[in-house]
Ligand binder design. Structure first.
Ligand SMILES: [Fe+2]
Ligand SMILES: [Fe+2]
Length: 482
């Protein structure tokens, strides 16, 4: 096994997996590379490929100093393959093989299942880049533009991470899957991305912040579960990806915080106390809080669909086989096999939502979704603390998990944001009070006027508290000269 503390930064593909000695995989990746660059240039950030951007690049896998900052044109970004260091003597932490040595090669009996897990995870990474590719032209600041591009290049690196595993461990069908990852397109009629939320549009910056807050957080949960995998290369890959994912959460959480801050400042300056005076607040050029709540309702509900059916044999099999654990499996105190335990699942029964205990193995999607809801709720506290201290009588809350769902137990019913079941007529009559209406979206779009002077911010969002890598407030994060 190559020494993972040694990063080869000289070749075409920076890595700590000993690619120099692994000619077969190196050749496969080098063959894949031009297609990736073509994809990046045609489907990556539109219009800013030739401008130097102040980006961080992963250069190590230690807990300190794993990244460096500097100006780079995005197509020249060093997308590398970095795995967290191997843990000496690691064993499979859960499932039927619990306690056996972690697999360093693909276990033959689970090959198809493992490949499927890699492909589904891999597909989300380029999808979000595609969804966000038009946002550069309406950026509220150079700081935000840089953060967008940072998220984009790292999602690109996450694609590399999955492609490495496919090409290293799956031979020809792995190479075919790697090619298909560049072939599917977000929102495309014939060749869409695999999961629904990744085929939605991200038309404006409020959607981008909501997406990074809610949907990248699903990514964090999935990576957290895959980081527990008994297939050690996947575990190590995901552990390193999680260090990057934290920044994506930060972009969403701090982005919405800044939107709220600007709104309450403008309301205060105009002497408006009532957050529901929507027209007056919008006239100030800021986003009213009820619209923020509707956007949160939308992005939360779309993201919940990514967890799949509450009761799932696939999830049970992935766990039982030792491939995909629970979120922070290693922090859970139980037998890690779940063959005789139960878990409460919210179900829809005869027009009512009820709690039902089901065998825990089959309820793992539900459990991951529950963990996600807790994590998302934690994230909301910063927004709500700010609202509280600013004296505005409003709190952002998560809607009920049954609200606006397309997948799982609640796909056939309508509910309000409290989870009360609605008739079709009641839903049609009230949905625009709970989800963004066309007029809401048009208002948001109308605010999206680009601001590209260093240190300047669009009127609907407050400046950040700190610069990236401690840079001063007027730092030119993206140089508008190629
Ligand atoms: Fe990612
Ligand atoms: Fe992400």
């Amino acid at each position: 096994m190559p020494d993972s503390t040694i990063i080869d930064y000289d070749g075409l593909i920076p890595n700590n997996v000993g690619l120099n000695e692994d000619l077969r995989v190196r050749k496969a990746l080098e063959t894949w590379h031009p297609g990736y660059i073509d994809w990046w240039k045609s489907m990556g950030p539109e219009g800013f490929q030739d401008f130097p951007v102040f980006l961080r690049t992963a250069i190590g896998v230690g807990s300190d100093g794993w990244a460096k900052y500097g100006f780079v044109k995005m197509p020249d970004y060093r997308w590398g393959i970095l795995l967290a260091p191997a843990v000496e003597g690691r064993t499979i932490p859960f499932g039927a093989h619990k306690g056996e040595p972690a697999w360093q090669e693909v276990p033959g009996e689970y090959r198809a299942m493992l490949r499927r897990l890699l492909v589904i995870q891999g597909d989300t990474e380029p999808a979000s880049v595609e969804q966000q590719r038009h946002l550069g032209s309406t950026t509220p600041s150079l700081y935000d533009m840089r953060n967008l591009f940072q998220v984009n290049v790292e999602e690109g690196r996450h694609l590399w991470a999955m492609v490495y595993l496919l090409q290293k461990y799956f031979g020809r069908d792995g190479r075919e899957e790697a090619d298909d990852l560049l072939r599917r397109r977000s929102g495309h009629q014939d060749t869409p991305r695999m999961l629904g939320a990744f085929n939605e549009r991200t038309p404006d910056w409020l959607s981008f912040f909501m997406f990074t807050f809610f949907t990248d957080r699903d990514g964090k949960m999935q990576l957290g579960a895959l980081a527990q995998s008994g297939f050690d290369p996947l575990s190590r890959t995901c552990r390193f990806m999680l260090t990057e994912e934290a920044h994506h959460m930060f972009v969403g959480e701090s982005g919405i915080t800044r939107v709220i801050q600007r709104t309450v400042e403008a309301m205060k300056a105009a002497g408006i106390d009532d957050p529901y005076e929507i027209e007056r607040i919008r006239a100030l050029g800021v986003i009213d809080l009820p619209t923020l709540q509707k956007k949160a309702n939308l992005h939360f509900s779309l993201t919940l669909d990514l967890f799949g059916n509450e009761i799932s044999t696939n999830a049970a099999n992935a766990f039982n086989s030792g491939l995909k654990g629970r979120y922070r499996e290693d922090k859970i105190d139980d037998d890690h096999q779940l063959t005789s335990s139960f878990y409460p699942v919210l179900r829809q029964r005869d027009g009512a939502i009820i709690n039902e205990d089901v065998p825990e193995l089959s309820a793992l999607n539900m459990r991951l979704r529950d963990d996600y809801v807790v994590d998302a709720n934690d994230g909301l506290t910063r927004w709500n603390r700010l609202l509280k201290t600013s004296g505005v009588n409003f709190q952002i809350t998560l809607p009920h998990v049954a609200f606006n769902r397309r997948i799982g137990e609640f796909n056939a019913i309508h509910t309000d944001t409290q989870g009360n079941i609605l008739t079709n007529e009641a839903w049609e009559a009230t949905k625009e009070t709970m989800l963004p209406s066309t007029a809401d979206n048009e208002f948001i779009i109308s605010l999206m006027q680009p601001v590209r002077e260093p240190g300047q911010y669009a009127g609907w969002i407050a400046p950040p508290r700190y610069g990236i890598d401690n840079m001063p407030g007027d730092f030119e994060y993206v140089r508008m000269t190629s």
